[in-house]
Design a protein around this ligand. Structure first.
Ligand code: ADP
Ligand code: GLC
Length: 485
């Protein structure tokens, strides 16, 4: 039997094995969708110490694959799992991946992240090189995988194995670039010629994401609006120059949502299911969660606002904190689930004391609670400063929880704002506390008009952002690169 795949995805997360945010969700759904569309796809990802096997057995394929230069004797173990028909290859080396967290502790990034992901990229290229036939497409996601397109770009010159392979780099979040000291470039195994302003060099540092942007055959990001935003200084995080220079190869393809995991009609974490036609189960979910989180039972008949996300400035959690005293003058409840910045975590936990029974804060990462908050809340809060795509608002729409969100990136592309006749949520122009509060007040006013509110909920629940459509766009893009798929 031949060992080959037409399309290989490379990423540092894949749900249900690993996840810190939307990247994990995307990898958990998109490759499987392509497989269902008849494509021959596989995924390569790290084998973390904290990896969940999700109930999928793992099989050791190679116990000592040589990864080679720049760490001559270094080896990796390769495992494979059959994720409902999708082969997922895991790259294991304990010293790099057997850790409590994926990328950082509360003190900050792991000191050797650059080496960890140089290693991951080199091992990926090495593993793909061992296949009988080269893939048509290698698709790298975010900075952790972004040396793969760069390595292949240079190896193509002397290794005809790669001659037909095209590479794609997807940007899920431009703020995370993998920027490190220049000496690490010289250890990466990239040739000296990559050290230039149109390559891996960025203000004297080694920039891993920039390497992927520079050398991939196609660069994509996860919504059409974000693709337009990132060529501007406001959203480009310093990379607007190289992104503009690649504008003809830069595409925004909107993510989808995996409704087999996120849907109130079938969600396995909910005490009660519901549909657009019969919303009564949503109220039951709310009653249960109010009880679970020790909130005041009076809130059952008042609006409850939910927030789920990384507690970082990107997500505008500081805006929510700053308006909390004003917001709490309204007769409402607020639920926050998140982890991240220690100051935000502490501030939110202190605030719980000020609003007993009305503010619930859960610091940590809890997949099942995220589902229950989506279902139980009336209004979903997403005041992001920037949002490449955003999946949580897509989920909130499906759960009949109209979002209040900033007019950025994927939020603009997925929410129809009140007062439009087809409104599914509330968009405000800028990440500004007064504008955010104003939009919440608008949402509360509509919530009071029960019929109008329920109409909006039903429209939101009928909104569908399917992976099938996104998958079709990716396939077309791969074909445009010459892939015979
Ligand atoms: P991002 O990738 O920027 O974090 P997305 O909206 O694309 O934002 O995806 C976030 C994903 O992570 C969603 O699946 C969301 O439910 C999940 N998530 C975020 N924070 C938490 C948390 N504290 N506990 C559980 N799930 C979380
Ligand atoms: C990133 C972005 C988020 C996006 C996710 C998946 O984490 O912050 O907006 O939805 O990637 O593409």
């Amino acid at each position: 039997m031949q060992f080959k795949h037409k399309i290989i995805y490379v990423a540092s997360e894949i749900f249900p094995f690993s996840k810190t945010g939307g990247l994990g969700d995307v990898l958990g759904a998109l490759p499987s969708e392509l497989r269902q569309m008849g494509q021959d796809v596989a995924v390569i990802t790290p084998f973390y110490g904290r990896l969940s096997t999700g109930g999928y057995p793992m099989r050791l394929l190679s116990s000592s694959m040589h990864v080679g230069y720049p760490w001559a004797p270094i080896t990796a173990e390769i495992y494979v799992s059959d994720y409902d028909g999708l082969p997922v290859y895991f790259i294991q080396r304990g010293e790099y991946f057997d850790r409590r967290f994926y990328y950082n502790t509360h003190q900050g990034e792991y000191f050797d992240n650059c080496e960890r992901f140089i290693f991951f990229c080199r091992a990926t290229v090495e593993w793909a090189r061992r296949m009988d036939v080269a893939p048509d497409i290698i698709h790298a996601h975010d900075w952790q995988a972004s040396l793969v397109p760069a390595f292949i770009h240079f190896q193509r010159r002397y290794d005809s194995f790669w001659s037909k392979t095209k590479t794609v780099q997807t940007i899920h979040n431009l703020a995370f670039q993998g920027r490190y000291a220049s000496r690490l470039f010289w250890e990466s195994g990239l040739p000296a010629e990559a050290w230039n302003i149109n390559g891996a060099e960025f203000w004297g540092d080694f920039n891993m994401l920039k390497s992927g942007i520079a050398y991939a055959d196609l660069v994509t990001t996860v919504s059409p609006s974000y693709a337009k935003e990132i060529v501007t200084p406001k959203f480009g995080c310093g990379l607007e120059g190289i992104l503009s220079s690649r504008a003809t190869d830069l595409k925004g393809i909107l993510n989808g949502a995996d409704y087999s995991v996120w849907s109130p009609t079938s969600d396995r974490y909910l005490p009660c299911k519901y549909t657009p036609e019969n919303l009564s189960g949503k109220k039951t979910c709310k009653e249960h969660l109010i009880y679970e989180l020790d909130l005041d039972p009076k809130l059952i008949d008042r609006p409850v606002l939910g927030f789920i996300g990384r507690l970082r400035r990107q997500k505008g959690i500081d805006l929510l904190i700053s308006i909390m005293p004003e917001l709490m003058k309204e007769d409402i409840g607020v639920i926050v689930l998140g982890e991240g910045n220690l100051e935000f975590e502490a501030r939110l936990q202190e605030m719980v004391e000020d609003y007993p029974g009305r503010l619930a804060v859960r610091v940590g990462y809890t997949e099942d609670l995220a589902h229950r908050i989506q279902a139980a809340s009336d209004i979903f809060l997403m005041p992001s400063r920037y949002e490449p795509c955003g999946l949580t608002q897509m989920y909130s729409l499906k759960f009949g929880t109209p979002p209040v969100a900033t007019a950025v990136g994927g939020l603009r592309d997925t929410i129809v704002s009140y007062p439009h006749g087809d409104a599914t949520g509330f968009i405000f122009p800028d990440a500004d506390p007064d504008m955010f509060f104003g939009a919440i007040k608008q949402a509360l006013a509509v919530w009071d008009r029960t019929e109008e509110w329920q109409e909006m909920q039903r429209r939101a629940m009928r909104t569908t952002y399917s992976w099938a459509e996104s998958g079709q766009h990716y396939i077309e893009s791969y074909r445009a690169l010459g892939a015979q798929i």
